[in-house]
Design a protein around this ligand. Structure first.
Ligand code: CA
Length: 232
């Protein structure tokens, strides 16, 4: 799950980034409103954590422009303790939640998970595909009643494929969701994660199909057998 933090206080930005990375989120961080406006008009995040007092462009203006572009990305605003008017204005402009500074990092993490869940599956955090289930909040996957042992990146790949089940996901989309800026993506890293996932899913009959030149598609085995000649 990918989060953008927009916060000009370097200590707070660093603390937020580290907390969320430890909790397995992919995190990008920006320090002014203008950059944020620019990036948000081109990239998609599962959540934006937006400080309101920002250099170059105010956080409320960043939010207003996002909503004007019809962007439905969930937004959590960060406000000063006494800035009630800002908070109200932020919620009016379409923020999904707010936190008042100073806040506890565990509380932030809990709110972030809740907002992402709400944004992605209408409140439910359980994705399912045949015998496979994935709890996006608890970061766990199960095959029937048996837990599936996955690394954090493998779980990330599976989550994206399940969220877009029935649609082809290309390598660039996977890399974009799995890595933050400046994180090195090994040349065949995505292939390696997909390969490992395939092995682990093998007993269940669930297949990650390679659509040559396009990407990957999650499907159940019987669908493949009905389409002979497809490269899996
Ligand atoms: Ca600030």
């Amino acid at each position: 799950m990918k989060v953008l933090i927009v916060e000009d206080d370097p200590v707070l930005a660093d603390g937020l980034t580290r907390t969320l990375r430890q909790a397995d989120f992919v995190v990008d961080c920006l320090h002014d409103g203008k950059q944020a406006d620019h990036v948000l008009s081109a990239q998609k995040y599962d959540l934006v954590i937006l400080d309101l007092g920002l250099p170059k462009l105010d956080g409320l203006e960043v939010l207003k422009r996002m909503r004007r572009r019809d962007s439905a990305m969930p937004v959590l605003i960060l406000t000063a303790r006494d800035a009630l008017a800002d908070r109200v204005k932020g919620l009016d402009l379409g923020a999904d939640d707010y936190l008042t500074k100073p806040f506890d990092l565990p509380e932030l993490e809990a709110r972030v998970r809740a907002l992402i869940r709400r944004g992605q599956s209408g409140g439910s955090s359980i994705l399912s595909h045949g015998a496979l289930t994935l709890d996006t909040g608890g970061r766990r996957a199960m095959l029937g009643s048996a837990p599936l042992e996955l690394s954090s990146r493998e779980l990330g790949v599976l989550e994206i494929l399940m969220l877009r089940s029935g649609r082809v996901v290309n390598k660039e989309q996977l890399a974009e969701q799995l890595y933050g800026w400046g994180e090195e993506v090994g040349s065949n890293a995505i292939e390696v994660y997909v390969h490992r996932l395939r092995k682990k899913l093998e007993p269940s009959g669930i297949v990650i199909r390679t659509i040559r030149g396009l990407g990957y598609l999650l499907e159940k085995n019987e669908q493949v057998q009905r389409q002979p000649g497809v490269n899996t």
